[in-house]
Design a binder for this molecule. Structure first.
Ligand code: UDP
Length: 337
């Protein structure tokens, strides 16, 4: 049994389905602090066994002990954390308590129950402003927000645990920009309030929930002046977790890899692709740059391919088509029902 923390979140829910498709049994954990119980009904409708779900905060050690006591957990895929960069600047202590405190409780519970295999959800923002592109895993680390800092602390904590006890097996996955939705259109990203990220914002403009997209800067040193990112389909990302888990369970050593496509896409390129996929116009207005944004970053994903045999297969059109299918069928996210 694989313990999935943050199981009803955006990436967690897609990973649950990917693990299920790979024939693995999943025990899910989530406190619904940033997700909906409706996700469980959707997962069940797609064939996942959700009877093995526990509602709990990952920082609750007694709840974790109960989970490890109840099911034979061989490995953990850990998503339960908060991820909004701006929010982390405003509420840093909450982020440290939730993201770092949660991982400490989890790792201690794992150790106590003899389970030392973990896939850890990290982020490309640990690189900060990249010095060269594409970004390789050995690039300088310069987290520029409390959020990024909590992830780097998590990486280091797990590596230190492994140095002290070679039985630990740790896969650190540094994600670039996950977007898109499950091909069924029933599972997707459901941000609370105004979306911070580009793709959910564009999707909400397309469906008529928001009047226009504000493009944060068109005077960057990029081909069309707008910011460039490495957008990655969430189903490819979910499959990356399955590959990492298989790698660790096969007895191979720990690793730290980027998960991205290796292709940079500008804000305006993404908008045009979404217009094609949805058949809707996306009104845009050029706005000032957003504080803290970098002009461009995209992954060198070669190491993940070499070590895991994993490579993103879904292109930008598929990302937009799947995101649109989800948004059009669920204009108010999981609250639509
Ligand atoms: N962006 C934008 N308008 C928005 C949200 C994002 O122009 O309403 C731009 C942002 O400046 C960046 C890109 O879209 O160039 C991706 O932003 P996102 O927040 O999705 O990812 P991140 O910047 O964290 O990589």
């Amino acid at each position: 049994m694989i313990l999935l923390t943050g199981a009803t979140g955006y990436i967690g829910s897609h990973t649950w389905l990917a693990l299920h498709a790979a024939g693995m049994r999943v025990a899910g954990l989530d406190d619904f602090s940033n997700s909906s119980p409706e996700v469980l009904r959707r997962l069940a409708a797609l064939g996942a066994d959700v009877s093995t779900f526990a509602e709990a905060d990952v920082g609750d050690r007694a709840a974790l002990d109960a989970v490890f006591g109840r099911w034979q957990i061989e490995a953990v895929v850990h998503f339960a954390a908060w991820k909004a960069v701006g929010d982390s600047v405003a509420r840093p202590l909450d982020y440290y308590r939730n993201n770092v405190g949660g991982l400490i409780a989890l790792a201690e519970a794992m150790q106590a129950h003899g389970c030392k295999t973990i896939v850890f959800s990290s982020t490309a923002t640990v690189y900060g402003q990249p010095r060269s592109l594409p970004v390789r895993e050995d690039a300088a680390l310069a987290p520029s927000s409390p959020y990024a800092e909590t992830k780097l602390i998590g990486e280091n904590m797990l590596h230190d645990a492994e140095r002290a006890d070679a039985a630990w097996r740790v896969a650190v996955l540094r994600y670039f920009n996950p977007v898109g939705a499950h091909a069924s259109g029933t599972i997707g990203e459901d941000p609370r309030g105004t979306p911070n990220n580009l793709m959910p914002f564009v999707a909400q403009v397309a469906v008529g929930k928001r009047a226009k997209l504000r493009v944060f800067g068109n005077d960057y040193d990029t081909a069309d002046g707008t910011g460039v990112r490495d957008y990655l389909h969430v189903e490819d990302l979910a499959e990356g977790h399955v590959a990492a888990l298989r790698h660790l369970q096969g007895g191979a050593g720990s690793l730290t890899v980027n998960l991205g496509t290796g292709h940079g896409v500008s804000v305006l390129e993404l908008v045009r692709a979404f217009e094609r996929a949805s058949g809707r116009a996306i009104p845009c207005e050029i706005a000032p740059r957003r504080a803290g944004d970098v002009a461009a970053y995209y992954a060198d994903p070669a190491l993940a391919e070499r070590l895991l045999g994993w490579k993103a297969t879904r292109d930008l059109d598929a990302m937009c088509a799947d995101s649109w299918r989800w948004q059009a069928a669920n204009p108010d996210g999981y609250a639509t029902v």
